[in-house]
Each structure stands twice: as C-alpha cells, then as structure tokens.
Design a protein around this ligand. Structure first.
Ligand code: DAH
Length: 359
C-alpha cells in the first residue's frame, strides 16, 4: 500500500462527500468508503500481511483517513439535514397577511338568545334551572295546580291531548304551560326552592302572535318567609335588567290564576305614539307576565305544609318578550328557518349574554 494511493483515495472520497446532494447519496458514499466492503475497510484487511513497522505506519495512516472521512460525512450530513429543514420551513410558512376567515354565517336564534338572557339575570339572583317533560299527565298539568276537572281555566288552554294508551284510559297532554315543573320540583325537593324553568309549551292556537308550539319560562320560590315584597322586587329587577332600562315603570295589576292567591299581571311602561311601540316611559302599559303567591292548595298537593312555607311563582312567554325587546312584529317566522330572517334577527355565537358584559 503506497501512501500516495491513500492520498488519492482520500481526495476522491472527500470530493464525493462534498458533492453528495442528499442524505441517500451521502449514505451510499459512506458505505463505499467505510462499510464492510468499503475501500478503507478493504485496506485495513491487508495490514496483517505487512512487516511490523510498515503495518504500524499504514495502520496509523488508515485510522487518520477513516476518522477524517467519518468527520467529513457527519458534517456533510448536518449540512444536508439543515438545508432540508430550511426548505421544509420555507415550504410550510403561513402567510399571516392573509385576511381572516369570512364572517361566520351561523347565528343564534332569538329564542335561544332570550333564554340565555333569562338564565343570566335569574342565575345572578341565585335561581337554578329545572326542566320537565313535554308530555304531561293531567295531574301535573292541571289538577295539582288547582285546576280541577270542569274548571273553566281548562278550556282557555286549548289543550292537545294524546290518544289514550288503552281503550278508555287516561289521556296524556302536551303541556300547556311550564307550571307542571313547579309541581314536579315541589314533590321532589325540600324547600328552600328557587328555580326557573325554560321550556316548550303547546296550545291549539295559531295566528301572528300565537303558535301551537311556543316557549315559556316559569319561576318558583318557596321558603318560610317568602312574601309579596320578594315577588315584586324580583320581577321589577328582572324587567329592568331584561329591557336594559334602569327606571322602567313596572306595575302589578290584580288578576286571577287558579294556582296563585293573590295573583297579578305585570305591565311595563310603553308609548305607542305614531303607531310605533316603544318600551320605557309613556302613557301606555304593556302586559308581559303573570305571577302570584303560590296557592296553599298547590303547596298541599305537593306535600308541602302551607302553614310553614309560602312561595311565589311567575310565568311568561319567551317569544313574546323577545318580540317586544327586539321589535319583531310577527311570531310565525320564528319557526320558518328562513335564513334571511335568522341573519337579520339572529345573534353572533360569541355574544353570550352576561350581567357583567351586558345583555
Ligand atoms: N301558567 C300561566 C300561563 O301559562 C303563566 C303563569 C302565571 C305562571 C302565573 C305562573 C304564575 O307561575 O304564577 O298562562
């Protein structure tokens, strides 16, 4: 083995290493030089046949060559990997100057939004949410609420009855109001009770302001010292928060519901000048909800002692208060799924109502 040969081998391998354009080519060079059958390895195998002095010199030279090649290969490898990474980063850059996504097309339906507003207001006052079934029995929808058989109030409800399961058996009803959830709650939890009940309700009635399916929210408070003053304070605060008018006039007008005694309807101030309804100050009044002190018979029907506990309740139509707040003239488009209407009256998904951020 002549030293010049090694020098030549070194030069040509170094050229090949430097000239490798990718990691695969470089690996092939490494195998050809340092692999089991590589040129340097082959030379190593000839060492055994040399004289001791020549073997030592050739061995050292080969080791230097081997280390030099290995270092050159590692360094070339690092360069190629770096270049590959740079190329990939360049390919995968994000153009941050691109415009944001187009405005979202989905909107929150006014009924959902109004329910969220109700939850925000009453949640702040310490109410929790209760729910009940859409299909009710006569007891929960009527009888327990002190609306006995043949009571004239039953006729007002335009009830949808389901066919009896057995011939001559009891008919279930699509609940005509959310009040049956009062009964279910009082039957199952001990006072103190402080709930609101949003939900679907059904009556056979249909025109510009009535739909056979609509939504109500019910409220119920039962405790040992609950009185009419609590009812008034709660509902005045609610009306003012919901309509966003701090000094909104609120009036309680005596009324009648079988499940409350005394009962009242709540009106808010408005003006109808020039045929346009404006909520706030004005000469007129607008009815928005029914309420009263829970009738002792209703407490009794649920196993609550009326000598110990008293309560108040209220109920209102969600579509109705939404129409008043947002100036919607007709109820029917609420259920038409007309995208033009939804875009106009709908709310942005991130406009979540809260008492802190405003409704
Ligand atoms: N359930 C009544 C209705 O559908 C609304 C109502 C009035 C509910 C007075 C109440 C209440 O809880 O106290 O017309």
């Amino acid at each position: 083995m002549i030293m010049e040969d090694l020098e030549q081998l070194r030069n040509s391998l170094m050229d090949e290493i430097a000239g490798s354009g990718d990691l695969d080519t470089l690996e092939a060079v490494r195998v050809r030089a340092l692999g089991k059958k590589g040129a340097v390895t082959q030379h190593m195998k000839t060492l055994g046949g040399l004289e001791p002095d020549a073997r030592k010199a050739a061995g050292q030279a080969l080791n230097v060559l081997k280390d030099g090649l290995a270092a050159a290969i590692e360094s070339r490898k690092a360069d190629l990997a770096g270049a590959a990474l740079s190329a990939r980063l360049a390919r995968e850059t994000v153009d941050v100057t691109l415009p944001a996504r187009p405005a979202p097309v989905g909107h929150i339906h006014p009924i959902s939004q109004t329910m969220e507003e109700l939850l925000a207001i009453f949640g702040e006052m310490g109410f929790s949410v209760a729910e009940g079934p859409d299909i009710e029995d006569d007891f929960h929808n009527f009888t327990a609420l002190n609306i006995p058989e043949e009571h004239p109030a039953r006729q007002d409800h335009d009830t949808f009855y389901l066919p009896p399961v057995e011939e001559g058996g009891a008919r279930m009803v699509l609940r005509t109001h959310t009040s049956p959830v009062q009964i279910r709650t009082m039957q199952s939890v001990e006072p103190p009770i402080r709930i609101i009940v949003p939900g679907r309700t059904f009556r056979a009635d249909s025109d510009a302001t009535h739909s056979p399916m609509f939504h109500q929210v019910e409220g119920l408070v039962v405790d040992q010292a609950t009185h009419m003053g609590h009812l008034k304070g709660t509902l005045i605060d609610f009306c003012r928060a919901f309509f966003g008018i701090e000094d909104l006039p609120v009036r309680f007008r005596p009324s009648y519901f079988p499940f409350t005694e005394p009962s009242a309807e709540v009106d808010i101030g408005c003006s109808r000048e020039g045929g346009q309804l404006k909520i706030g100050h004005g000469k007129d009044w607008l009815e928005i909800l029914g309420c009263g002190m829970v009738h002792p018979k209703v407490l009794q029907n649920c196993g609550i002692d009326p000598a110990r506990y008293q309560g108040f309740a209220f109920g209102m139509g969600i579509e109705r208060i939404a129409m008043l707040k947002y100036g919607m003239p007709d109820l029917r488009p609420f259920y038409d799924s007309d995208l033009r209407w939804l875009r106009h009256y709908g709310f942005l998904p991130l406009d979540v109502p809260s008492m802190v951020r405003g409704l």
